[in-house]
Ligand binder design. Structure first.
Ligand code: NAP
Length: 304
């Protein structure tokens, strides 16, 4: 069994920032994530325009840089999935490979794409249905695709996909996008991006792969078929809390915690998109990662 001062679950901006602050505070930190690449959700974001000081950086590059910075301070990274957390005097984490002992635990598992929940979605997964434009966009060169959603992810995905696709239909259930105004302006200036407002997808159809979407106008009830070869679903995220046993109190799947990261279990802290909060951004995840180390430090010292 390996022992550390702080075990951090999740290598997104919250977990990586916690590991940087933790190591700089003199604690041995291990970061556990089944994905060997640092960055969490941001590795799927083609361009991050609002992280201070690094305008236009790709999510992949930002994640790589944060991980390299954490490693330079001594943080250790293990490509392991945490299955259970048990508390004794210390914490014991069982992973899919080993056991880890730690004085404090930071939950920073983040969130994953929400499914749309319509017929055909699971049938055509990886056969035209995607949740990651940056991963799969290039497969749709000169083809018609659709993006579903009206938030920053949907709009940024549509902008990215317009590099490859012939037409990008941007299908949103309301008549106004939720994304930042600057992103909306940028997207709507691109001729290839065709917004379709007040419309929902009732089903995704095809044979071996996606060939069309069955759409419904929510204001008129009119139903239509739209021919597309790819559909990129960007309808928000859900917290990644379902696969670990022994977690603190949750609300709708999010760990209940404020900016301090303090949860219902002393010694377990939460940072980033995984916790109850209003604004889920890279900068607020990084902020949580710093704050949570102050709380973990106070907890560890109180046990001395
Ligand atoms: P989001 O902001 O929650 O937006 C989800 C979108 O999907 C909304 O427009 C919502 O419609 C729509 N939606 C939800 N359920 C739906 C359903 N069942 N059918 C049809 N449409 C549905 O999610 P997000 O865009 O993934 O962003 C998540 C967070 O990350 C946000 O805080 C965002 O600002 C941030 N983010 C930032 C960047 C960046 O700055 N570079 C990039 C990506 C994401 P309504 O609008 O009607 O609710």
């Amino acid at each position: 069994m390996r022992a550390y001062d702080i075990a951090i679950i999740g290598a997104g901006p919250a977990g990586l920032t916690a590991s940087i602050y933790g190591e700089r505070a003199g604690y041995s930190c291990v970061v556990l994530d089944p994905n060997p690449m640092g960055g969490g959700q941001i590795i799927n974001t083609y361009q991050v325009d609002n992280y201070p000081g690094l305008p236009g950086i790709s999510g992949m590059e930002l994640g790589n840089r944060m991980k390299a910075q954490a490693e330079s301070f001594g943080a250790e990274f293990l490509t392991e999935r945490v299955l259970t957390i048990e508390k004794d005097t210390d914490f014991f984490l069982s992973t899919d490979k080993d056991k880890i002992k730690a004085k404090a635990v930071i939950l920073a598992m983040g969130a994953k794409p929400r499914e749309l929940g319509v017929n055909g979605e699971s049938d055509f997964r990886e056969a035209g249905v995607s949740y990651c434009a940056t991963c799969d966009g290039a497969f749709f060169r000169n083809k018609d695709v659709a993006v579903i959603g009206g938030g920053d992810t949907a709009l940024i995905d549509a902008i990215f996909l317009s590099r490859f696709a012939s037409v990008v239909y941007l299908i949103h259930r309301r008549d106004e996008f939720r994304a930042a105004a600057s992103v909306v302006d940028q997207a709507l200036k691109i001729d290839k991006i065709k917004p379709i407002y007040n419309t929902v997808v009732d089903s995704i159809e095809g044979d071996m792969s996606v060939s069309s979407l069955h759409l419904r106008d929510v204001s008129t009830g009119k139903e239509t078929n739209l021919s597309v070869r790819g559909v990129f679903i960007a309808v928000g995220t859900v917290p990644v809390t379902s696969d670990i046993a022994g977690l603190p109190e949750m609300n709708m799947g999010y760990i209940v915690a404020d900016e301090t990261g303090i949860t219902s279990v002393p010694g377990i802290f939460a940072a980033g998109d995984i916790r109850t909060k209003k604004l889920r951004q890279v900068v607020t995840a990084a902020s949580d990662g710093a704050n949570v180390i102050t709380s973990a430090d106070a907890y560890i010292r109180s046990k001395l």
